[in-house]
Design a protein around this ligand. Structure first.
Ligand SMILES: Cc1cc2nc3c(=O)[nH]c(=O)nc-3n(C[C@H](O)[C@H](O)[C@H](O)COP(=O)(O)OP(=O)(O)OC[C@H]3O[C@@H](n4cnc5c(N)ncnc54)[C@H](O)[C@@H]3O)c2cc1C
Length: 315
């Protein structure tokens, strides 16, 4: 028989009071302005998904995000849908749209042409990305293309004076030779003219905060905005995380354990996990957040509320 740890044999009150102490995350300070938010959407594939996106936009727009971004299928697979979504945002809302644009599997001329089209329609902000090979597999630059995102940033700024955001990886991009090399590549993108980085999503806040330390030590001063992915479907998030190099801590799995057939509990767990993450970030001074909405508004709206953001009309 194994013996329980000594503390377990103590009477309850003594056991409670001799365990590790945790201070609560400090409450947001009164008078502090609410954080700046941005929301990411994907271009819908069907009419039903289009309706879902627009319900989502209608719900989140009153939170007055600094910008909303629309993703782009690598290799241009969503080119027309991304364009149509941006056009509708410009026509029907007061939101500032940012267009994601990848350079993988395309010659420079074609990428520049897409950017020019964006500028002509009124898009002034691009999230510049290398992208991944459309069929999967190891990355190979297009012979006449921009090889990496840093080159794309330079190319975009030759097309027009866009505001440019780029991607950052607190856990290091999966194909990077080393964390230091990856950070050096991030610095090149910012030095090329990008004004902010948005991170891949992460679950360990500590990992992101240490990444900021390393970035500052490497001479980066631009904001590295945390990308927040509220998890509502744990199984799916685990699968997706494996592909993009985000580690999924055991504690997260334990929190969602047993909720597979219980959507209500799952939703509440998801809200608590994301709220804890953003509150901890806020307590550490972070005042800009980018949300991967997956075109679903409720969790994002709730978390924004917890961060102190209120609809513009009620502010
Ligand atoms: C916020 C965000 C939004 C995204 N949106 C989209 C989207 O809309 N569509 C999409 O398809 N994908 C998107 N992605 C995914 C992204 O395309 C992939 O993660 C891709 O693998 C890397 O893109 P990047 O722009 O970070 O590439 P890069 O910055 O070019 O880096 C890619 C890899 O190459 C290395 N590298 C960089 N420069 C050099 C160099 N000169 N020599 C050697 N190695 C180098 C880097 O260290 C890294 O390992 C997004 C990712 C994030 C974080």
């Amino acid at each position: 028989m194994t013996h329980p740890p000594a503390a377990v044999s103590l009477p309850p009150l003594e056991r409670w009071l001799t365990g590790p102490r945790f201070a609560a995350v400090p409450a947001p300070q009164a008078g502090r302005p609410p954080p700046a938010l941005s929301f990411e959407f994907f271009p819908p594939r069907t009419e039903a998904l289009e309706a879902q996106l627009w319900t989502c936009i209608a719900r989140l727009a009153p939170l007055a995000p600094r910008f909303v971004s629309v993703t782009y299928g690598a290799g241009g697979s969503t080119q027309e849908r991304t364009h149509a979504t941006l056009a509708r945002i410009l026509a029907e809302t007061a939101l500032l749209p940012a267009a994601h644009l990848t350079c993988v599997a395309a010659p420079r001329g074609a990428v520049d042409e897409v950017a020019r089209r964006y500028w002509d329609m009124g898009v002034r902000h691009i999230v510049a990305l290398r992208g991944d090979m459309p069929g999967g597999g190891a990355y190979r630059p297009h012979p006449e293309g921009y090889a990496y995102a840093a080159e794309l940033v330079q190319g975009l700024l030759r097309v027009a004076p866009f505001e440019v955001s780029v991607a950052a990886y607190p856990e290091t991009h999966p194909a990077a030779p080393s964390p230091a090399a990856d950070l050096d590549h991030l610095k090149r993108k910012l030095d090329a003219g990008a004004s902010r980085a948005i991170t891949q999503y992460f679950f360990e806040t500590e990992t992101y905060l240490r990444f900021l330390d390393r970035a500052l030590a490497a001479g980066i001063t631009a904001p590295i905005v945390p990308g927040i992915m509220p998890v509502s479907n744990f199984a799916q998030a685990k699968k997706f995380s494996a592909m993009c190099g985000t580690s999924v801590p055991d504690w997260l799995g334990r929190l969602f354990e047993g909720t597979e057939d219980d959507a209500d509990t799952r939703r509440l767990v998801a809200a608590v996990v994301a709220a804890e993450q953003v509150r901890l970030l806020q307590a550490n001074g972070i005042d800009e957040f980018h949300f991967y909405t997956l075109n679903r508004p409720d969790l994002v709206y709730t978390i924004a509320h917890i961060l102190g953001v209120r609809p513009a009309a009620a502010a």
